[in-house]
Design a protein around this ligand. Structure first.
Ligand SMILES: [Fe+2]
Length: 227
């Protein structure tokens, strides 16, 4: 079985489309998203409609939880995440769909145990596990788990400790590792291998739309930055 892994779409439907197309071309059997479906970018309903259409297995990220009122943040952060726009445009059925998403997934597939968290198993929505994390040792306590899939940092990550493999596919909507494009990963359950990929898409087209809608310039710049 081949599993496509994506995360941190942030309503950038163009990045999502590019990642999904590439994953489908690789003939993946299913796609898992590690949260942060909304926030930052404006294509809220297009993103959720595509996730529904392609039957992507999703969990909530912190931005999703904030939008639906499950996590409370100060008003300045709500504005910064562009959630005023999101809450204005989101269709009721898409809001309800977000609300019903689980906070984590515990999957048994082809004899493998795969757990999916946005932040970490210890702080589901808030902890950042970056590639230079200083306490991967903690993951070795998850003795019954083969793969832990994470999101939240927008940085791809691969780390093995004892029997556990920790994977963050990176962000398909807003990578922060200075390499433009849409990140995704592929997990082969037979080979027990993970490969990391990044697919280019028409970022100019996204930026045109963001500028027309007067979206925050820093979220425009981050899509293109290389240093
Ligand atoms: Fe995110």
């Amino acid at each position: 079985m081949l599993i496509g892994l994506i995360s941190d779409i942030h309503a950038n439907v163009y990045g999502l489309q590019a990642a999904i197309r590439a994953i489908q071309k690789a003939k993946a059997d299913l796609i898992i998203c590690a949260g942060d479906i909304v926030g930052y970018y404006p294509f809220v309903n297009e993103t959720i409609d595509l996730l529904k259409q392609e039957k992507v297995f999703c969990i909530k990220g912190n931005h999703d939880a904030i939008l639906i009122g499950e996590q409370i943040v100060e008003k300045s952060r709500w504005h910064d995440y562009m959630l005023d726009y999101t809450v204005k445009v989101i269709k009721q059925d898409n809001f309800n769909w977000l609300r019903k998403l689980p906070l984590f997934l515990d999957l048994k597939l082809k004899g493998l145990s795969i757990e999916v968290y946005h932040g970490s198993p210890w702080a589901l929505l808030t902890e950042y596990i970056y590639p230079d994390h200083n306490n991967f040792q903690r993951f070795s306590s998850l003795t019954a788990v083969d793969y832990v899939i994470l999101g939240h940092t927008h940085w791809p990550l691969f780390y093995q400790i004892n029997k556990v493999t920790i994977v963050n596919p990176g962000s398909c909507g807003q990578p922060r590792d200075y390499k433009p494009g849409a990140c995704y990963a592929l997990l082969s359950t037979e080979k027990r291998q993970v490969s990391f990929h990044r697919v280019s898409y028409d970022i100019e087209r996204v930026i045109d739309k963001l500028q027309t809608l007067k979206f925050n310039q820093k979220f425009i710049d981050i899509l293109q930055r290389t240093h």
